[in-house]
Unconditional design. Structure first.
Length: 61
């Protein structure tokens, strides 16, 4: 049985950089900040990949 790949936070529309030294990464969908990429914390806490992942909109050319 293969585990689904964890989404890449920097490609998600909910991901943001907090500019706080202690908790530099954040997720607006789940409303938390973390020392690690939020998807890592979600995977560790729930045992499942993040279900709130939404790809960022494509940049206009």
């Amino acid at each position: 049985m293969t585990t689904p790949a964890r989404p890449r936070c920097n490609q998600c529309r909910h991901y943001f950089i907090t500019h706080e030294i202690a908790f530099p990464y954040g997720c607006q969908a789940l409303d938390f900040k973390s020392k690690r990429q939020p998807a890592q914390d979600v995977q560790e806490a729930s045992g499942q990949p993040c279900h709130y992942f939404q790809p960022k909109p494509a940049r206009p050319a």
